[in-house]
Structure formats: C-alpha cells, structure tokens
Design a protein around this ligand. Structure first.
Ligand SMILES: [Zn+2]
Ligand SMILES: [Zn+2]
Length: 433
C-alpha cells in the first residue's frame, strides 16, 4: 500500500531490514489528566500484552515538569490498591512521596524519567503524545498529536471546522519547525455528536481519524439521527475524492483508556493499530502512518495487506474455531450523488451528517475465508476492506460486538493521479519528510 511516489524514496533511505508489523495503542490517559493510574503502570500493562508501542495522550499536557498529586485524590480517582500496586511494581525508592499541609502527596514521574525503565530497543517504544482537548460551543473537539515534541495549547476557533483547522495547523507548524514527523488524528467524531462527515471531509488538514475508539461513550454505531463512525468514514472519503480532489482519511483504532482497576468504563485492550515499518522508532512509526502503512484492529490480525494498483489482497491470521467475513467497501465513479439533511421533529437538521445514497461506501464484494481479495474494476474512487470475525473481542464494548480489522482505503491515488503527485493547494505537505 506504499505511496506511489514515496515508495522508492523510502526504500532507498532505509535499509535496516524488511518491514514488519508493530502493534500499538496511540490514545491512553493517566493520572497526568483524567486517567486513574500511573503512567509507568499503564505502560507496563501494554508492554506485557504484546504491544510494541504506546502513546499516552493526556489532555492538554505532556508528562513533563514537576507534578505532585494528593494520595487521597489518586485513591478517589481509581482505587486504594493503586498506590500500593505502584509501590510493589516499581519499588519504594521509585515512588516519591512528601507531606504538604498534613496531606500525603505522590509525584508523577516525567516521561524522560520513566522511559528508560520500560523501553527496550526493537521491543517496546513510548511515543510522546498529547490529546489537544478543545471545543466549539458544547461540542468536544479532541485531536491527538502523536510524537508531539512540545505541548500544544488548544487553539480555539469560530466553528467546528475552524477549531479543527487551527489545532491541526499548530501541529503541522510544530512538525515543520522541529523537523520531526508528528501525526495528528481526530478522536471520536461522534463523542458529543461533535464532528460530522462533512466537517471531516472539508478540513483537508486532517488526514487521520479514529474509525474505532474503545471508550463506551463515543457512539461508535451512531443512532437514528446520527451516522455511525464507519458510515462517516465512507461519506467523508467519497466527498474528498469525488468533490474536493483530495486524499481520503486514514482510520485508526484506539483504546482511549482511562480506567485500569475494574471491568467497567474505558478499559484498555480494545483498539490498536498494526503499523508496517522497518524499525521501532517514533520517526519510523509516524512516517509509516503518514504513508498509510497500517490497519486498525479490535481483535483481528492480518499477516498481509497488499495492494498492487489492481488487487487488494489480505491474509488473515487464523484462530481455532473462528470464521471470517470480509466486506470490500467503496464508492464508484458515477455514484448517485443525491443527499438530504436529516429530518427531526419536522425540521431539517443540516448540522448533522446528511443522508447519502447507498452508492456511497457500498459493499462491492463479500468474501469468506482467510485470504480475501478484490480486483478493482477501475471505476472505484476507493476500496477498503473490513474483516469481521465470528468471535467477540476479548474486551467488548457493546453486546453482540464482533472482533474486526479495517484496512486503509486504496485505489484513490490512481483516481487523483496528478493531483497527488503535484500536491494540492489546500493539502499541507507531509510534515518533515
Ligand atoms: Zn477525547
Ligand atoms: Zn481521550
């Protein structure tokens, strides 16, 4: 799935070995904002469960500077066992305590302090991250910045799109200034019903969003008035390619975990990305994301995702007793472009994602088995695959949920052709390439 133009350059530049898959979660919270455990304990949880990288993305803060927290507050946030577990896992000497005004306090360790305890070259990587947490009126607009180098304060704006754009521009500006790739992705579009498909289509500074977020409050499936997150993806991608001459969005799966002490709430282990890169470094992982060399998963593993310009081929890793059904979805040139605003209580609600024809994100083929493939006819604006297993994920969010994997859209580079090769006026250049 390499970029047409980028592939040769990337191959020439990195000769450290064949690309391989690395697994990571890029959306996590700790005591540094509204999560309920210490970052070291959280990182250890992921490291022990076969993750290769983790970005702890607290709200509007990096794990930097001096920060003390009352032990009472830590206990209220999570559980009494929290400080005890922290001490047991990392040792009494590591856990720094003091007393202020008769209250016990614990210091939150900085990333530069705990990083050496957890990172292992080629095995486990921590990527500095932040959830830039902004809003327009009452709509939450949250954008993760993966591999951010300096804290970004919310930029605000005069509309949902303006807020998105201002924050994305701040990320791209920092990336350019410091010379490091930083990947911004829009979080949970349906949280607070904040971001519509049309918003996502039109804010061309955005290239990434969460097609799956494991937090139970993010309205993954939509409702009678609101499109599901997957539907939003197909609408936004179709509008971008067909009407805005622009590349589609890439989709991530993340945990957005906050709770590490019981089974309810936003617990870890629900959504992750599998990134195909040549080495496990922040730069290699973020550059691979930029190239679309990844897929999103809530429990299905793909050993191969290949697109040669004509065939999209997957190889699914089998699990005993589990069957797999792959839908190839996309929109064809000449699709029915009709659309209407959602009607509610006699009013047309133009502020919600509109309703589009069934041609948008249509099911182009359904294939059972471990080696599904789809040959493009040539009139597809894009094609993507979504694999659904017969089993539930290990840590399901809703009843009846099935483990899935989502590949990135392909075939669109051929459609956009020269637009992509020569750059689009409104699309910022890939940061720091
Ligand atoms: Zn959020
Ligand atoms: Zn979050």
């Amino acid at each position: 799935m390499g970029a047409l133009l980028g592939a040769a350059i990337v191959l020439a530049a990195c000769s450290t070995g064949a690309p391989r898959w690395f697994r990571g979660n890029l959306h996590t919270h700790s005591l540094w904002s509204d999560g309920n455990d210490f970052p070291e304990v959280i990182a250890r949880w992921y490291k022990e469960r076969d993750y290769d990288f983790l970005g702890i993305s607290d709200h509007n803060t990096l794990h930097a500077g001096e920060r003390w927290m009352q032990v009472d507050q830590v206990v209220r946030r999570g559980a009494r066992v929290g400080v005890k577990r922290y001490r047991e896992l990392f040792g009494r000497d590591w856990v720094e305590m003091r007393e202020r005004d008769g209250k016990q306090e614990v210091r939150l360790r900085r990333l530069d302090e705990y990083r050496p305890l957890l990172e292992q070259p080629g095995q486990f990587l921590l990527i500095q991250s932040e959830e830039i947490t902004d809003a327009f009126e009452k709509k939450p607009i949250h954008i993760n910045a993966t591999n951010v180098q300096e804290k970004i304060t919310p930029q605000h704006g005069h509309s949902v799109r303006d807020v998105m754009r201002n924050n994305l521009r701040a990320v791209h500006a920092q990336s350019k200034r410091v010379g490091e790739p930083i990947v911004p992705h829009l979080n949970h579009p349906n949280f607070g019903w904040a971001v519509t498909a049309e918003d996502l289509a039109h804010v061309l500074e955005e290239r990434f969003f969460e097609v799956y977020n494991g937090h139970p409050s993010v309205h993954q499936l939509g409702d009678e008035l609101h499109a599901s997150v997957e539907r939003i993806w197909d609408i936004a991608n179709t509008l971008r390619i067909a009407e805005l001459d622009s590349p589609p969005l890439f989709g991530l799966a993340t945990d957005d975990s906050h709770n590490y002490f019981n089974a309810s709430g936003s617990t870890p282990g629900r959504g992750w990305v599998m990134v195909r890169a040549r080495e496990l470094t922040a730069r290699a992982i973020t550059n691979a994301l930029i190239d679309g060399e990844f897929y999103a998963s809530s429990g299905v593993t793909l050993d191969a995702v290949q697109f040669d310009g004509r065939d999209l081929q997957l190889r699914i890793r089998p699990r005993p007793g589990v069957t797999y059904r792959t839908e190839f979805r996309g929109t064809r040139r000449g699709y029915d472009r009709s659309r209407q605003p959602v009607e509610h209580e006699g009013k047309a609600r133009a502020d919600l994602t509109w309703r589009y024809s069934a041609d948008v994100g249509a099911v182009l083929a359904v294939v059972e088995g471990l080696a599904p493939s789809y040959r493009l006819r040539g009139d597809e604006l894009y094609v993507r695959a979504v694999v659904t297993a017969s089993r539930a994920p290990d840590n399901p969010v809703w009843e009846g949920q099935r483990a899935q994997a989502w590949t990135q859209p392909v075939g669109w580079r051929e459609t956009l052709g020269t637009v992509m090769l020569h750059g689009h006026a409104e699309v910022p250049p890939d940061p720091a390439r």
